[in-house]
Unconditional design. Sequence first.
Length: 194
Amino acid sequence: CRAFEKLVANSHAGHFYTGRISYDASEGNFAFLINGTLLRFPLDGADGLGKNLYLRNRLFGGISFEEVHIEVSELSLDFLRDFTQNFEIGLLHIRVGTEEQLEKSLLTIDDFLGSKHAMILEFLPESEKLVSLPHMEYLEIIPKDSRSCHIPISVFLQLLNSQYDLYFSEECEVNMTSIEWKLGMQVDPEITHF
């Protein structure tokens, strides 16, 4: 039995199309979805985090995904980093609701520099932070508080040039003159992904 446990713990779990990592604060549960299989674990402080990492390490030493969706929340950055250690991810989707979660997300992205990235922002960060985001395959800005969703034209044009696919909720507004519109519609000769 111990030989089988060692064999499984040191093995690569294989390649899967999709995975999802989330945390339900109301129930205190950490959820890990692999394709259609949901694994749910209670998180009871540091002890619960340690048990989940121990269980993950007993199940597999590595795993590959085409896509992984992470809903950044109260999960600690250290736990997220430890849990996703030895993950190979093609496209990392991250959903972010606060400035603090955005900081965690950017550090998580740094852990997967070989992956492509996508992000959904449920708030509107400061302009400087918004234009400093790394290139992503998909960036969606859908603030929950739509009353204050104004994107300055300079920020819009920088995002248009730096992000592959950009989406704003219909509540977000960008005011521009016809000259600014023409400037925004000019195709950068460096862009080859059309």
